[in-house]
Design a protein around this ligand. Sequence first.
Ligand code: ASP
Length: 442
Amino acid sequence: MGKHRRGSNHGPKQTAKHGVKKWYSWYFDFNLLYRILIGLVLGFILGLVFKEKILWIAPFGDLFVRLLKMIMMPIILSTLIVGASSVSPANLGKVGIRVIVFYILTSAVAVIIGLLMGTLFRPTADLSGIVEATGKEAAPPSITQTLLNIIPTSVAQVVVNESILAVIFFALVFGMGISYLRVSPHERLKKGGEVLYTFFDGIAEVMMLIIKGIMQYAPIGVLSLVAVVFASNGPKVIGSLGLVTAACFIGYAVHIILVYGGLIACYGGLSLRRYFKEAKNPFITAFVTRSSNGTLPVSMQAAQNLGIPKDIYSFSLPLGATLNMDGTAIYQGVCTVFIALSVWGRAFSIPEMGIIVVTATLASIGTAGVPGAGAIMLLLVLDGVGLPVIAGSPVAGAYAMILGIDALLDMGRTALNVTGDLSCTTVVAKKMGQLDMSKWKT
Ligand code: ASP
């Protein structure tokens, strides 16, 4: 032993593969997932017990979110370029269409589940005391504007403005350009394509390394984020909005079991146990960061562990982190029912529900994968169904109540959003015969 080992051959350094034990080694030696879970539970307890006295902890959570955001743009840009350029031009269409169809269908089903949950739980609020509250803080972007904003007016703007849809658009177009170069019959163009591909692939690998480092900080970040949410919202959650929360969370659970469970096990013929073993990491990260985009690197790691080819996941996951928001769709379904019941005193008719399914599916597509974005897009859905949020109106009062617990609802919906991306990606890879089944042997 040690005969072929490189490096120095003396002293205690050689005794442990990972070097001499330091006082903090226990932290890194302990399983990351367990560390994150402990952070989650501790944060919950600290938030509920110490309430506002624990708010000093907030910067530790902000630091985690900032680190994730820092890496978000370069990782989306580089992985999507690599993704689009590593698929042959013909294949890109096949993967893309399948993924997008799955994303849209699952979102529409999610809205229906949300509406059903709302109708079943019938959450309602007495608005007499809060009609003066103003819930209108941001105007809903129009659908046309949301769609137009996908196309950047300058490449510099893509990066500077942090407009994710625009980044995706640019990265896809650029990546497709490289993919055409790579199959060019002209040697010079082909070489250029290969150089560009290797360059962006290198960047993507560096980003993955950085994210591994950032994840070591996740348990502390998680503890802080959760403590702050429960310190500020804990008591309210137990109050009149408990039913909204229950309806949303049960809706999230139903969607996971019926839609994702159905897709993975029945449609894909895959082991649910193996799937959720990998999916729980992005699930928890999304739950605490409340950002699909921020969770992207963790989802990619899970996809890799599940044997999904890089050219599929590096294309579909960033796309899903922006377009596929099933949790947000459920939340919008429940909240519109809550507001209608509170304001009109009645639930929706079938035609009204039809309008909500269409607008909420579109709104969830237009929702950015960042904390709180779904609440802004809820304004669009309410507008579409004749419940515009006008300052001082009962609708605004009910909307303001939702905003009060939005952080908690956002945790669950974001976790669902990222699980949806991974589920669809897994099934598409399986159906295309490209899933590495050796990774599914337990
Ligand atoms: N926070 C969600 C996400 O990042 C979006 C939302 O607010 O619904 O997926």
